[in-house]
Design a protein around this ligand. Structure first.
Ligand SMILES: Cc1cc2nc3c(=O)[nH]c(=O)nc-3n(C[C@H](O)[C@H](O)[C@H](O)COP(=O)(O)OP(=O)(O)OC[C@H]3O[C@@H](n4cnc5c(N)ncnc54)[C@H](O)[C@@H]3O)c2cc1C
Length: 470
């Protein structure tokens, strides 16, 4: 099978790239091992878009589609624009936390997955239930990958001129498997970027990942209108305390994020096969649910319903790229005065330092930092040594500190959206190295200047913008 562009993985980054490439006229494949598109935010049951500047397609394609159907809620609707910037506020302990409730978008994950498929499948070749096995490269160029149809176990070779790794880094890791040089797991040691927020001692990789395995519970009573029996959660659509509504029937279902603290063996990261952790998690979920049910008020009326199709992985591999985003980058606010030619920003991130497992992080130093909406440089999507493979997912080039502030769904969509334009330019101009694609062209296509103006007009300097210094 021959393609112009192969997108590996069908998560948020892939959706962004897919919307860019669907009208490009190029022959594009998306390879996804799950039964549905969307990855963590659909199959992983993470039904919540945190505030972050989104790519251009997002509002018209997603929000404007779901909202009239009443399948998408913005918490605090009059503050819709806040969904473009995380509302960061100081906590009593001096750290900074995000006010996700003021601007998060909660959505129907299965409807959204269907929409992605319907929007993209007429122009792109979407292969679901198909998993990546291996890649072959010559002189820094990936030439082909081998994938397997999960149902038939048939393997086939897929060739493409350009690859976008949206799988969490599996393709890049398969090519560049030199640990410590080309990819990292979990925490970094201080010497890597000399960041003040790291301890001198490297944290335990197994602690830092923050894997969660969501599951769905079903209200098991005859009268679902009797809200007095519900667990104590705030208004419809709110995702908080690890409890999400499930829009398939908001009166009956909940999604639970048990924060299992799954005991992850470091050695498991050396394999691309996460099914062992997935199956271990399944067993943990059942015992965890028994405890939740016995101890949480209202849960006595629920029964276990179903598991998420995939593990929620906050931070697996991060790929060594031309430009590694570090803590210093996260505290430089992007404005219209920012020289985009120098920063080469193709997206804006604005989430807070969202750690799950803080091993290796110096919390005293962390408290001194104030995150600001910052630019994501194109070089953080270019894996070192590779010429035709971009990384457009949570495994992008970022330190652990920076990764915690970039890896949310809308930001991943925004970088995928940019990666799609790079792929298009690379193929159409017969380039030999993605670094030859003019960054100014990509910046114009993604509309980075418009994003910045929007933030300046609607977000910067407003009363909730506690970090504003004119
Ligand atoms: C528990 C948890 C809670 C979170 N909460 C929020 C939140 O509230 N709001 C928010 O905005 N963000 C949240 N995030 C972060 C956000 O959901 C993810 O970082 C983001 O969606 C990741 O997008 P991605 O494209 O990088 O990867 P993913 O969505 O993980 O997509 C990767 C895709 O690659 C596929 N894949 C992997 N390996 C293979 C293979 N070998 N072959 C074929 N396909 C493969 C996977 O099946 C998957 O579909 C949370 C994350 C977690 C884990």
């Amino acid at each position: 099978m021959e393609y112009d562009v192969c997108i590996l993985g069908g998560g948020a980054g892939a959706i962004g790239a897919g919307y860019t490439l669907k009208d490009s006229g190029l022959k594009v494949a998306i390879i996804e091992q799950n039964e549905i598109l969307g990855g963590t935010h659909t199959a992983g049951m993470v039904t919540n878009f945190c505030p972050s500047p989104e790519p251009q397609f997002f509002k018209s394609q997603i929000y404007d589609y779901l909202q009239p159907l009443n399948k998408c809620t913005v918490i605090n609707e009059e503050d819709w624009w806040k969904t473009n910037m995380c509302y960061v506020r100081p906590s009593t302990d001096g750290t900074f936390s995000a006010d996700t409730l003021s601007g998060a978008i909660h959505f129907d994950r299965l409807l959204l997955a269907d929409k992605y498929y319907n929007d993209l499948s007429s122009n792109l070749s979407i292969k679901l239930k198909t998993k990546f096995i291996s890649a072959s490269s010559v002189n820094g160029k990936c030439e082909s990958i081998i994938v397997e149809d999960i149902e038939t176990e048939n393997r086939f070779t897929l060739r493409a001129k350009f690859f976008i790794d949206c799988s969490g880094g599996i393709l890049c890791k398969n090519i560049n498997s030199i640990k410590g040089e080309d990819y990292f797991v979990g925490s970094d040691n201080k010497e890597l970027y000399n960041e003040s927020c790291y301890d001198d001692i490297t944290g335990d990789e197994a602690l830092i990942n923050g894997m969660d395995f969501h599951y769905r519970i079903l209200l098991d009573v005859l009268n679902p209108e009797d809200t007095s029996i519900y667990p104590d959660v705030p208004g419809t659509g709110v995702a908080t305390n690890g409890i999400y509504y499930d829009y398939t029937d908001t009166t009956k279902y909940r999604i639970v994020s048990p924060d299992l603290g799954v005991n992850i063996n470091k050695a498991l990261f050396s394999t691309t096969d996460l099914s062992i952790i997935y199956n271990n998690s399944k067993n943990n979920v059942l015992s965890s649910w028994k405890i939740e049910k016995a101890t949480t008020p209202g849960y006595t009326n629920f029964r276990f319903d179903s598991y998420a199709d995939m593990l929620g992985i906050r931070e697996g591999w991060r790929i060594k790229c031309d430009n590694m985003i570090t803590q210093d980058d996260t505290i430089v606010r992007i404005t219209s005065l920012t020289d985009l030619a120098i920063t080469k920003a193709i997206a804006v991130a604005s989430w807070f330092y969202d750690f799950h497992g803080e091993a290796g992080v110096n919390k005293t130093e962390l408290k001194k930092l104030r995150i600001l909406p910052f630019g994501i440089p194109i070089g953080s999507l270019f894996p070192e040594k590779l010429k035709n493979v971009m990384i457009a997912c949570r495994a992008l080039g970022a330190s652990h500190i920076a990764s915690s502030a970039t890896r949310i769904t809308k930001t991943m969509m925004a970088i995928g959206y940019a990666a799609g334009f790079v792929a298009e330019d690379y193929v159409n101009n017969d380039r030999t190295d993605m670094r030859d694609v003019p960054v100014a062209t990509i910046q114009t296509k993604v509309g980075i200047a418009d994003t910045i103006s929007y933030l300046e007009d609607n977000c910067y300097g407003k009363s909730y913008d506690t970090t504003w210094t004119p």
